[in-house]
Design a protein around this ligand. Structure first.
Ligand code: GLV
Ligand code: MG
Length: 344
């Protein structure tokens, strides 16, 4: 679903975009590799993002951008199609955005890395508006995912989450974050030896989650670098999912199925959530009651919201309808709401 198709005065604030795009698995594909790009078409990741940033050496940036421009015009089915541009402090960022957005007409999202202040998002929002207008695209159609990857970004995360109606998700970047705050490990996504406090990522993950949810955004966990350790990946993903995260980056095809399973609701949860939605809507619509008994449980608007989020995610994961798998976009009004890359 596209953002509202209506004429806008220059820089009129945009309506928040309320489509629920499922992002259980977000596949990183280095845009410098045509082989990886081509392989990505056949992989079942919910989101594919072509990476122009850290997976691409400076000398390969221009070629990677040209590959991304060619790739975004291809057929990517129903999955979310994104490009990770270089960060706002680099000489490449503006050209990345202009070229990939003008080329596509189909690009769903720009992933903006190393967001350290809301200014970065405001800059991207304005530039996207200019590029969309010049290219004759619906103003506001391109969404933004902001990566929170250092101490400054985490400290400003509430303001970042509020910086643009184009924002759809906040994404944790553990590798850069570990370097920024001095976590004593090179095992990105794993736990450092010697830490006695539990999960070393918990504070950052929770802070990002709260900032995201306060603005109706999705929260996505970053990469797990030991791509051959699928059990370790699964544990890390399951922990983020239990906390409330919507999905996780995947760097390798072997991680995709695990992410899709871990972040989908179980069939039982989906069925129960569907019944809660039905019961609550009957109670409010037909009986004009705001709180009703559901079995031996009292349900109200809050239960309804939680249940609708599960139903939307379950439908997008192929539960409860016979629609084509791979159509990952579901309307979820009221919800305030993949190749083979081995790089971050
Ligand atoms: C991803 O960009 C990370 O730094 O972990
Ligand atoms: Mg990073």
């Amino acid at each position: 679903m596209e953002r509202p198709d209506r004429p806008l005065e220059p820089f009129e604030p945009l309506e928040p975009f309320d489509a629920f795009r499922v992002r259980r698995s977000c596949l990183a594909v280095p845009a410098s590799s045509e082989r990886f790009i081509s392989k990505a078409h056949g992989l079942p990741a919910d989101e594919v993002f072509l990476d122009l940033e850290d997976a691409v050496a400076p000398a390969a940036k221009a070629q990677a951008r040209a590959n991304a421009v060619a790739a975004v015009t291809g057929d990517w089915g129903g999955r979310v199609l994104a490009v990770r541009v270089n960060d706002a402090s680099t000489p490449w960022a503006h050209r990345d955005v202009i070229d990939v957005v003008s080329a596509a007409g189909r690009l769903d999202v720009i992933v903006l890395p190393k967001v350290t202040s809301p200014d970065h998002v405001v800059w991207l929002d304005l530039l996207l508006g200019q590029v969309e207008r010049e290219a004759g695209l619906t103003p506001g159609r391109t969404g933004i995912e902001a990566q929170i990857e250092d101490a400054a970004g985490l400290a400003a995360v509430n303001a970042i989450a509020a910086a643009s109606p184009r924002l759809e998700a906040l994404v944790f970047g553990p590798a850069d974050f570990m370097a920024s705050v001095g976590i004593r490990s090179l095992d990105v996504g794993g736990q450092p030896a010697g830490y006695a406090g539990g999960d070393v990522y918990h504070y950052a993950l929770m802070r990002i989650l709260i900032a995201a949810r306060a603005r109706g955004l999705q929260a996505i966990d970053g990469p797990y670098l030991k791509v051959r350790d699928v059990d370790g990946f699964r544990r890390s993903a399951a922990s983020a999912a239990a906390l409330g995260y919507d999905g996780k980056w995947v760097l390798h095809p072997d991680q995709i199925d695990a992410a899709n399973e871990v972040f989908a609701p179980s069939a039982d949860d989906f069925a129960r959530a569907s019944r809660i939605v039905e019961a609550y809507e009957h109670a409010t619509g037909v009986q004009a009651r705001g709180a009703v008994m559901f079995g031996d449980e009292m349900i109200d608007e809050a239960s309804h919201k939680m249940a609708r989020a599960i139903v939307a995610r379950g439908r997008a994961s192929g539960l409860g309808h016979d629609g084509p798998p791979g159509d990952h976009r579901q309307d979820a009004p009221g919800l305030d709401a993949g190749t083979g890359s081995e790089n971050t």
